[in-house]
Ligand binder design. Structure first.
Ligand code: ZN
Length: 185
């Protein structure tokens, strides 16, 4: 079982003090918070392609690097990084070939039903104001999606004026970064 493997590995990792090269504190050295996608291809590639090491940045990840709502958990994470952890720069990094681009929400909800979620459950959520089509909305254009998230952060009423917010898109194969927006644009 994969968890057993992880726990066995972990025991050796700690015993052998393999954590030593990673020792740091919780303040990001680069005073930066990054929101990117949870895509598996970015796990090691993105930090390596940006020369980011343990302790350098606060890294937030979700499906698509999307901020759907100015008071969702991602935006709260960004504000905590700024006010509690000395972050002064925010980078929103979407990527090419993202699973959230061209998201087919109808198919997605159908898959939920195929895997056992009952129609009445979906209906009762709808009645409670939780609209699955909105909750799992993807995007067509990653540059536009990044720009939209950047504008949500930049225009946030709780964002201090010294914080810069930039948007980029990364290639999940080569790690190449393209600038989407910079401060003032
Ligand atoms: Zn993605």
């Amino acid at each position: 079982m994969i968890l057993d493997d992880i726990l066995a590995f972990n025991q050796k990792f700690v015993e052998n003090e393999e954590y030593k090269p990673f020792e740091t504190n919780n303040i990001p050295n680069k005073k930066m918070v990054i929101l990117t996608c949870m895509d598996t291809r970015l796990q090691e590639l993105l930090p390596k392609a940006m020369n980011i090491h343990n302790g350098d940045v606060k890294m937030l990840r979700n499906a698509g690097a999307i901020i759907p709502d100015p008071f969702d958990s991602i935006m709260r994470g960004i504000l905590v990084a700024i006010y509690e952890l000395q972050a002064e720069k925010v980078l929103i990094i979407g990527h090419r070939d993202c699973g959230m681009s061209h998201m087919d929400t109808d198919r997605f909800i159908q898959t939920m039903k195929d895997k056992g979620v009952k129609e009445e459950t979906i209906q009762s959520l709808e009645h409670a104001g939780i609209h699955l089509h909105d909750a799992f909305l993807g995007f067509d254009d990653v540059e536009k999606a990044v720009s939209h998230s950047v504008s949500i952060v930049r225009n946030h009423p709780l964002l201090p004026s010294y914080v810069t917010v930039d948007g980029l898109v990364i290639d999940p194969n080569t790690g190449k970064l393209d600038l989407v927006t910079t401060k003032g644009e």
